[in-house]
Design a protein around this ligand. Structure first.
Ligand code: OAD
Length: 226
């Protein structure tokens, strides 16, 4: 089984989505701030934005949908969770075989030596530096225009191409390469089921679309999984 999640699975934890009403993009200039160019031009401003997002996420918790997926993983022989989310809530819920393909907002990466460390202090200040080499740190998340980690991407495509079932949960399915994972799964004969509040470009391709809130649907689906 492969599962692809997007911001919708964390919405009920209080983490704003990107494109929905009240989404991050509606109210904040994410596209201008989450880019290598913005960071090069004004790293302090970008850190202000990420410190704000870290402080938002620091006070929320995983919800029944996150926890249900962690439980489902124990019921299925081969399980891969591919998440576009950077909030770390799947890890907090106990998911093990997790591919955080857009990174993790709780990790920082040194722009000089490349070392990656987890740091759960919500506010890292506007110019945090590496303990090893004093290089400037950046959030270990994928920015617009950046490519994904090759190994993570390969693993995600492998899981998509070998699964029998793919659940696509809480994503608008418009961002690549994630939007291709269900297409790959379907082309290899997998059953694709979508769980979302509303239809997406994937809905016509999916074998099943289950309309509704992740917090209602995912726990019930896992309860009845045998
Ligand atoms: P979006 O904000 O684009 O889409 C969220 C999806 O979740 C929408 O289809 C909503 O209908 C659905 N949704 C919201 N609340 C829900 C709920 N309670 N139950 C069920 N469905 C719900 O977020 P993503 O699809 O994750 O990339 O966006 C993909 C990527 O776009 C993000 O990872 C981000 C952005 O560029 C990076 O940051 C690199």
């Amino acid at each position: 089984m492969a599962v692809l999640t997007g911001a919708g699975i964390s919405a009920e934890s209080g983490v704003p989505t990107f494109r929905g009403k009240g989404g991050l993009w509606r109210s904040y200039r994410s596209q201008d701030l989450a880019t290598p160019e913005a960071f090069a031009a004004n790293p302090s401003l970008v850190w202000e934005f990420y410190n704000w997002r870290r402080s938002l996420i620091a006070v929320v918790d995983c919800n029944p949908a996150h926890r249900a997926l962690a439980q489902l993983e124990t019921k299925v022989p081969h399980f891969t969770l591919i998440s576009q989310n950077v909030d770390g809530l799947h890890l907090r819920a106990g998911s093990k075989n997790l591919l955080e393909i857009h990174g993790n907002i709780w990790k920082v990466r040194c722009t000089k030596c490349g070392s990656i460390t987890a740091n759960y202090t919500p506010d890292l200040g506007t110019s945090p530096h590496c303990h090893r080499c004093a290089g400037l740190l950046r959030p270990h998340v994928v920015w617009f225009g950046e490519s994904l980690d090759y190994k993570l991407l390969q693993s995600a495509f492998d899981a998509s191409r070998t699964c029998d079932v793919m659940l696509v949960i809480g994503t608008s399915a418009v961002v690549q390469p994630s939007a291709s994972f269900p297409v790959e799964a379907k082309s290899r004969g997998a059953m694709v089921a979508e769980i979302n509040l509303e239809p997406t470009p994937l809905s016509s391709l999916a074998d099943m679309t289950i309309p509704g809130k992740v917090g209602d649907i995912v726990p019930r689906l896992v309860e009845n999984w045998s």
